[in-house]
Design a protein around this ligand. Structure first.
Ligand code: HAM
Length: 441
């Protein structure tokens, strides 16, 4: 006979052990509802301005073939060398989570035959990007970018338009203390001669360079200019400046860009060490920096011309330029500055009920109002009419529709004007029409 062990008092009372919490992956954050309001504020300005300037929205996959970024962004870049989330699929393909948006947009331009569309093609996009960087304030492993690209026009006025748009989006979001850092890194031809000059210069100071710079000197000497290591910054200070070595067409192009920017009264500074961390750039490159209270420079966004990339991706030769900003960085700047955003969510109608039968009637009204595009608030879980009316007030609702126990039985509804407090009883059948009439007034 099996003996059943009796539960002792202690065992019964023993508290159940809580399961270990699962936390988000380092550098990948939740965006909570209050933050989303600021995200919407920024994105609404960005989308509106892009649409008004004739950009069409494009979405490209998060996962692309690794080769796309190796070829587009460049093999000898931090992004491709160290920061991509790459893996092999079950089918044996090498894929990567996109670390940036431009390469995917260019692939889509070529793959979808956009060179046959009226040129230039203007596209904007937004979404998550992934870089395996050391997480810190403003630097995450999953972050979001809003970006735009103009493909098919090499006029310097287009460069000025892209810089203008980037700057204007921030202005509209009330970020006014930015400065545009601007440079030209020339075309493949003038850069070739300049690179040789740079290599000669750095080779003379090779012992003063960091390990990464020593390694990159032969493959990608331009990147030495923006190395953040103190000892390398010192050496770069006296390095030859590309601006003095541009070929005539590149020089003229840049001069025109500056003149257009002056015309638009956009503030910029020339920064000869600005080379950007991606390999696809040619001629104009720029970043938008913000200065925080401690004097630290924070790059909100960056971009530039990439006239060789379409061909590099197997398309017909076409010039292009674009920009993208980190949405978190812009949102954090708005929050730091305490810029007020209208957080009150305005509802047209708030539904108030008492009892289960009333709830059923309210659900039916809810469905009809939603079908008529009326913004509806409700608090189906709450019992007291008083607390529901308080919520109606908080959500700035114009009308409250109240169904108590009596109204539920009579198939009627009380309409309350939330401003005047005036109430009227109408039949359930006429309710939508009555609401529409009152909202129109
Ligand atoms: P990027 O400078 O690598 O350029 O990134 C643009 C912006 O994305 C940065 O200025 C920054 O605001 C944000 N960002 C970059 N990495 C992180 C991170 N780890 N955490 C948070 N934010 C970050 C590009 O990506 C180019 N595709 C821009 C472009 C478009 N060039 C031509 N068209």
């Amino acid at each position: 006979m099996t003996r059943v062990k009796k539960e002792t008092k202690n065992e019964v009372r023993k508290p159940k052990k809580r399961l270990k919490q699962i936390q988000a992956i380092k550098g990948m954050n939740d965006i909570l509802p209050t933050d989303q309001l600021v995200w919407d504020y920024v994105l609404d300005h960005a989308r509106k301005l892009c649409t008004e300037l004739g950009f069409g929205r494009i979405s490209t996959p998060i996962l692309e073939k690794t080769e796309l970024f190796q070829r587009g962004v460049g093999n000898i870049t931090d992004i491709v060398e160290k920061e991509m989330f790459s893996f092999e699929t079950k089918g044996g393909d090498d894929v990567s989570m996109r670390p940036e948006g431009t390469a995917g947009v260019v692939r889509a331009y070529v793959e979808n035959g956009m060179s046959k569309w009226p040129q230039p093609v203007k596209l904007f996009y937004e979404g998550p990007m992934f870089r395996y960087e050391k997480p810190q304030a403003g630097r995450y492993r999953q972050f979001y970018q809003f970006g735009f690209e103009i493909i098919g026009d090499n006029c310097p006025a287009i460069d000025a338009q892209v810089i203008y748009l980037a700057w204007k989006i921030l202005q509209k979001s009330e970020i006014n203390d930015t400065i545009i850092q601007l440079n030209s890194i020339g075309c493949s031809e003038c850069r070739l001669a300049y690179k040789k000059m740079l290599v000669d210069y750095y080779e003379m100071k090779i012992n003063k360079l960091c390990h990464d710079c020593k390694r990159r000197l032969d493959e990608n000497p331009l990147r030495l200019l923006d190395c953040k290591e103190e000892k390398c910054t010192q050496v770069s200070f006296s390095a030859p400046q590309i601006i003095d070595h541009l070929c005539e067409p590149c020089h003229d192009h840049f001069k025109n860009v500056l003149e257009f920017l002056d015309e638009l009264e956009i503030p910029y500074v020339l920064n000869s060490n600005l080379v950007r961390g991606l390999d696809y750039y040619t001629q104009t490159v720029f970043e938008i920096w913000e200065c925080d209270s401690e004097g630290n420079q924070n790059s909100l966004g960056g971009g530039g011309r990439y006239d060789n990339m379409i061909k590099l991706m197997g398309g017909e030769d076409a010039p292009a330029i674009g920009f993208s900003f980190g949405i978190e960085r812009v949102v954090e700047s708005i929050q730091r500055k305490g810029i007020k955003i209208n957080k009150r969510i305005k509802k047209d109608v708030f539904l108030v009920q008492l009892g289960n039968l009333a709830r059923k009637k309210i659900l039916r009204i809810f469905d009809k109002l939603i079908d008529c595009d009326i913004a509806v608030g409700e608090s189906l879980g709450r019992g007291s009419i008083k607390s529901q009316l308080r919520l109606a007030n908080k959500t700035n609702s114009k009308l409250a529709l109240i169904v108590g126990q009596k109204e539920a039985l009579d198939d009627t509804v009380i309409i309350r004007d939330m401003e005047s407090g005036m109430q009227e009883v109408v039949t359930l059948q006429d309710i939508v029409e009555e609401v529409q009439k009152r909202l129109r007034n």
